[in-house]
Design a protein around this ligand. Structure first.
Ligand SMILES: [Zn+2]
Ligand SMILES: [Zn+2]
Length: 119
């Protein structure tokens, strides 16, 4: 489990901006704080770029339609709708833990996924 120590009380937009620039200065991915290859011409890491690309391509109608079908199909089979990995019948979340983490990293840059409530 990865514990991000500075995520407490650091979710204000101003703080987030600080984190963003701090990461940028250190040559880290400003979005998730992960390492970016030195040879990479991009500021963000491969993971975040791929995630963002997927995220953006969902905006096209045709792609969206196909994706929705695939999403439903995967969901029915207890697969992660994003990457197709098996999530397990007892999983409280739709996405697999990896995609869930990406999602949260993407949304906030700092937040960790909330633990699912037990019934
Ligand atoms: Zn990243
Ligand atoms: Zn997944």
């Amino acid at each position: 489990m990865i514990v991000i120590s500075y995520n407490k009380n650091m979710t204000e937009p101003a703080e987030r901006k600080k984190i963003y620039h701090k990461r940028l200065k250190s040559g880290l991915c400003p979005r998730c704080g992960g390492k970016v290859k030195k040879s990479s011409p991009y500021k963000t890491c491969d993971d975040c770029r791929e995630f963002y690309r997927n995220y953006q391509s969902e905006n096209s109608d045709a792609v969206q339609e196909t994706r929705r079908e695939r999403y439903e199909l995967r969901k029915k089979k207890n697969l992660c709708p994003r990457c197709g990995v098996s999530v397990g019948k007892n999983s409280k979340t739709t996405l697999c833990s990896k995609c869930l983490k990406k999602q949260y990293n993407y949304n906030s840059g700092v937040k960790k996924p909330k633990k699912a409530k037990r019934k």
